[in-house]
Design a protein around this ligand. Structure first.
Ligand SMILES: [Zn+2]
Ligand SMILES: [Zn+2]
Length: 127
C-alpha cells in the first residue's frame, strides 16, 4: 500500500512541474534544415480571433509585430500524402487543396490540373 501511495505522489509532482514549465516544441521540416520553435499546432490558434485555417498547421506569433495583435506566421503543415511535417518555403512544399511536401507533389503531379503542373514544374527539387 505504501508503494502505491508513493508512486501516485510522484505523478502529481511530475504533472505540476510540466505545467509550470511548458515544453518547448520544435517544428522540423522534412525537406530543408528548418528547425524552429512553434507555439501552436492546429486550425485556430488561441490568440487569433475569427479565423480558422483550412488545415492543421504549425503556428507562431508574428515575431516582427508586438505580441497579442492576432498576427501569426505559419511555419508549416503536414503533407497530405506522406504525413511528414513540411515548411511553407516554396522549395519545400506545394499547396493544392492541401499541403504536399515537394517530393510528393512532384510524384503525383499528374493528378493536378495542367496549370498547377506548370507551376510545380518550375520548382526545382534539390537532390
Ligand atoms: Zn523546409
Ligand atoms: Zn509528402
Amino acid at each position: 500500500m505504501e508503494i502505491v501511495s508513493q508512486s501516485s505522489d510522484e505523478k502529481i509532482q511530475e504533472k505540476s512541474e510540466n505545467e509550470s514549465k511548458p515544453e518547448i516544441k520544435y517544428f522540423k521540416c522534412c525537406v530543408c534544415i528548418l528547425n524552429e520553435k512553434y507555439e501552436y499546432f492546429g486550425k485556430s490558434p488561441p490568440w487569433v480571433r475569427d479565423y480558422k485555417l483550412e488545415e492543421d498547421a504549425y503556428i507562431i506569433e508574428d515575431p516582427f509585430l508586438p505580441p497579442k495583435r492576432g498576427e501569426f506566421l505559419i511555419l508549416g503543415a503536414h503533407c497530405v500524402k506522406c504525413g511528414l511535417a513540411v515548411c511553407k518555403d516554396t522549395n519545400c512544399s506545394f499547396y493544392y487543396i492541401g499541403t504536399y511536401c515537394i517530393k510528393c507533389a512532384k510524384q503525383c503531379s499528374k493528378e493536378f490540373p495542367n496549370a498547377v503542373q506548370e507551376k510545380l514544374n518550375r520548382i526545382i527539387v534539390p537532390l
